[in-house]
Write a protein that binds this ligand. Structure first.
Ligand SMILES: NC(=O)c1ccc[n+]([C@@H]2O[C@H](COP(=O)([O-])OP(=O)(O)OC[C@H]3O[C@@H](n4cnc5c(N)ncnc54)[C@H](OP(=O)(O)O)[C@@H]3O)[C@@H](O)[C@H]2O)c1
Length: 345
């Protein structure tokens, strides 16, 4: 069978590089073209020796491909994607440029007028667990942010069931690769090693997409969300802990906790990549896999819901989820090329 020809724009960032690693091993597509600014003209396997068997040359422009990924920084991505859409290509954008449906919200959070607001309405937010059927027919899919993936999957079941009150607190911790490969003082070894710090308390850019997606699941008043991200000294992984008041007649004892767990198990029972665990998951349990592990419980003292979720930020939080979307958009089995189990310990 003829394989689809796939291109990656910006293979020299961590997200683009992880896409290359996964697409090279994908049995039903062929990675035929990669671009990168600083390494243009060099062999991919010379710049990245872990991709030893690839003979691709890093180019400045994509060759003729059937499908493209953009792993450009936000605000650059929209510019490179528009001509691809005009050519009729299907695209998954790993950046944040098309995640928000509202161009005014985009300009508020990204300090820039959106270059193509008319496309925002037709773009599908690429979280297959919530939007699978729209992704199948989409021409442009906006891959969710890494923090957003972990937070939305942690809270979606109770949002759909209307079990939580009007606020949620989302506390997330991310490894350093989440900040990308671009050099910056805050990710120097001496700054990060043996250190843990909160940041973006004035509002992280993943917050509006978390609000957008969770509120789509809620019929009544919108949810008020406090989201605090933290940088921790690991390479990959996100651990998110969510807290929210339970409403209605949900029991807040051990029986209630078992009921909440059952709601999550039912909600995710057919999902290949979201698993409800019987103890709090660790980031290491998802390392190198497309899994999101979710552990819901109740603080029986306060009656508050606690949900812990874990992902690998470069896999389910970026490249793995992007390939899950590509599989859906190309009519391939959704899990193709993504079956690897986590690397543990
Ligand atoms: N890291 C994650 O966990 C993660 C998760 C989800 C989504 N994302 C998204 O994925 C995209 C890439 O992120 P990343 O983490 O891979 O970033 P990154 O590692 O920092 O990659 C950025 C690379 O982009 C290139 N670049 C920067 N400005 C450019 C420009 N104006 N034109 C062309 N190339 C430019 C640079 O490559 P050269 O050195 O070759 O110029 C740089 O190495 C971002 O939109 C990010 O939000 C990242």
């Amino acid at each position: 069978m003829k394989k689809f020809k796939i291109g990656i724009i910006n293979v020299t960032g961590y997200a683009g590089l992880e896409l290359a690693r996964l697409l090279i091993q994908h049995p039903q597509v062929e990675l035929t073209s990669v671009t990168g600014r600083s390494a243009a003209g060099k062999k991919l396997n010379a710049v990245f020796p872990h991709l030893a068997d690839s003979n691709l040359i890093i180019e400045t422009e994509l060759d003729d491909v059937d499908f493209a990924f953009s792993a450009m920084p936000h605000m650059e991505s929209a510019t490179v994607i528009l001509p691809l859409l005009e050519k009729g290509l299907k695209v998954v954008d790993i950046s944040a440029d098309f995640r928000l449906k509202d161009a005014i919200e985009y300009s508020k959070w990204y300090n820039r007028t959106h270059p193509s607001p008319q496309i925002l309405k037709q773009t599908v937010y690429g979280l297959p667990e919530l939007h699978r059927y729209q992704i199948v027919d989409a021409r442009l899919v906006a891959n969710p942010g890494c923090y957003s993936t972990s937070a939305i999957l942690a809270l979606a079941p109770v949002m759909v069931k209307g079990l939580i009150g009007n606020y949620a607190i989302i506390d997330s911790k991310s490894g350093v690769s989440g900040a990308g490969r671009t050099l910056s003082l805050k990710t120097h070894f001496a700054e990060v090693n043996e250190d843990v710090a909160a940041y973006a308390l004035e509002g992280h850019r993943h917050l509006p997409e978390i609000i957008q997606e969770l509120n789509l699941l809620k019929s009544e008043k919108s949810l008020s969300i406090t989201f605090v991200p933290h940088l921790i000294p690991i390479t990959r992984g996100i651990l998110t802990t969510c807290y929210a008041p339970l409403i209605g007649r949900t029991a807040t004892d051990k029986k209630g906790a078992a009921m909440i767990k059952q709601i999550y198990s039912d909600f995710y029972k057919d999902e290949p990549f979201v698993k409800v665990t019987s103890s709090p998951p660790h980031t290491k349990h998802t390392l190198g896999s497309n899994l999101c592990l979710v552990y819901p419980t109740i603080d029986t003292r306060t009656g508050r819901l606690i949900v812990i979720s874990c992902i690998d930020n470069l896999f389910k939080g970026a490249a793995g989820q992007a390939i899950q979307n590509m599989n859906l958009m190309l009519g391939l089995p959704e899990t193709t090329g993504l079956e690897a189990l986590a690397v543990y310990p």
